[in-house]
Design a protein around this ligand. Structure first.
Ligand code: C5P
Length: 220
């Protein structure tokens, strides 16, 4: 049999990570957070002493990038070069440096290959993979493709509830700067043909998860 692939894209603060993980858990599927890999690679590059503005040096850091992700939704972890970096990749320092590496086509190609291998390697009945270009580039042939959106106001409110130690204004500023940078590389704001838009502006967390689960059950 072929595992069911569920592709979820969306902007920062749309809730795609937590929603995708909870949906994977409910379905008994694996879960892959591709943003974690871009974050992990940015961290790897910085720790290798690379200047992130030096594109050639960033690309040269790719072959030594030793990345491992836990795809069990109950036990997600990220390891880089054998070290657990699950929490470190969420720090503001890493968050603000990711765009320097994710804009490079060589980096994207390397990671897209990695994501496809992880999708193909699932031992579960399916996998939920989440990011910015999953429905269009990583897995355009996924059985279920979802663009998870929410109004900018709601995304900012959700994100600032998550982030501690800085003002809501600062969080909002960072979020819109990141959206702007990211949308220059991939369009994750408009649904590609055949992609279902799920607007969570007026849904709570459980309702959003339920909507994803129902989409999977009715399509796949
Ligand atoms: O999803 P998350 O916010 O963790 O992603 C971190 C960064 O990784 C994004 O801001 C974007 O630059 C990059 N990214 C990407 N393509 C993906 C997933 C993430 O470019 N599929």
């Amino acid at each position: 049999y072929t595992p069911v692939v569920v592709a979820v894209d969306g902007p920062a603060g749309s809730g795609k990570s937590s929603v995708s993980r909870a949906a994977a858990r409910a379905l008994g599927f694996d879960y892959q957070d591709t943003g974690a890999a871009y974050r992990a690679f940015a961290l790897h590059a910085v720790q290798s002493g690379v200047d992130l503005d030096d594109a050639a040096a960033v690309i040269a850091a790719l072959p030594a990038f030793d990345y491992e992700i836990g795809t069990d939704p109950d036990e997600t972890f990220v390891r880089v070069d054998g070290r657990d970096v699950t929490d470190e990749i969420r720090t503001p320092r890493v968050t603000s440096s990711v765009a320097h590496v994710s804009k490079l086509p060589e980096v994207r190609q390397h990671l897209v290959d990695l994501f496809r291998r992880i999708i193909q390697g699932t031992s579960k009945p399916g996998i939920v993979t989440e990011g910015r270009d999953i429905t269009t580039v990583v897995a355009p042939d996924a059985q279920v493709r979802i663009l998870l959106t929410a109004s900018e106001e709601v995304r900012m409110a959700r994100r600032s509830a998550e982030v501690t130690g800085q003002s809501a204004e600062e969080t909002a500023r960072q979020l819109s700067r990141r959206d702007q940078q990211d949308s220059r590389v991939v369009d994750f704001m408009t649904a590609a043909e055949g992609v279902t838009t799920l607007d969570s502006t007026h849904l709570d967390f459980d309702q959003t998860v339920q909507a994803v689960v129902e989409l999977v059950r009715s399509t796949a």
